[in-house]
Design a protein around this ligand. Sequence first.
Ligand code: C2E
Ligand code: CA
Ligand code: CA
Ligand code: CA
Length: 271
Amino acid sequence: AKASGRNCFSYFTPCLQEEALRRQDVANRLRRALVAQQFEAWFQPIIELASGRVVKAEALLRWQHPELGTIAPGDFIAVAEEIGLIGDIGNLVFQQTLDVLEHWPTGQISVNISPRQFISGDCRHWPQELLERQLPASCLAVEITEGLLLDERPLVVNTLLGFHQAGVEVSIDDFGTGYSAMSYLKKFNIDYLKIDRSFIQGLATDNTDRAIAEAIIAMAHKLGMRVIAEGVETPAQLELLREAGCDYVQGYLLARPLPREAFLAFLRQGG
Ligand code: C2E
Ligand code: CA
Ligand code: CA
Ligand code: CA
């Protein structure tokens, strides 16, 4: 028993140590990257189906690593949250979004806020900052996830209400994958539901995905919300979304996330 106990010990310990070391390493790299200004916001166009025009965009974080190239946030956001760096990185995305909005005051850019980032309160001052930059509050939308709406702590509730009162719009990201707490949609005057990419993927081939997407659109419209479909990759998906009365579409079929200059050029060419 003793021997097997020790085996167990020696089997697990190196793994845990390796994992801890890896995380520590990523954490150190992230801190250095922040100082070296290697984080960038990219912008993915969002098209209004009724007009065919680019009226919105989503800001998406990228890490420009000198050796590894462009790194997407899935690989490092969780660590940034754990080490308390997400607030600083989020504010950086917000500042770069404001810079683009100054060139595009008729547009609207949505910024993702992770639950931890929201709870840290680092985004509370965003409406005030829009005001100081003389940008209309409706230039900004924030994308939050369903779970956050269940958090009843005053900081969360007041920040959400603060956004709404200022005129900043609120989107529920990945809608349908979380808690689906419908009653909270009403309580907080949510403006947009974003249908998760997982439902869009099967839209033209899977009857269930199609039924879910159609139901989300119908419900949203009845509750006075508008719908953005994300991850649209094929003309067939686009056509079905048009038929279902979806309001906005976003995805590789229309445009990929673009660095700031490329995004502004895309707008100048008329989207
Ligand atoms: P998300 O908010 O659901 O963002 C949509 C993701 O889908 C983005 O991945 C986008 O590049 C990708 N995408 C867009 N169109 C298509 C398509 O047609 N096909 C496919 N396969 N993918 C598409 P990305 O940029 O890697 O971001 C991943 C996640 O990281 C985001 O998911 C969001 O949750 C988070 N994130 C990104 N930027 C920020 C940020 O500034 N702050 C925070 N807190 N989270 C961020
Ligand atoms: Ca999003
Ligand atoms: Ca999403
Ligand atoms: Ca997501």
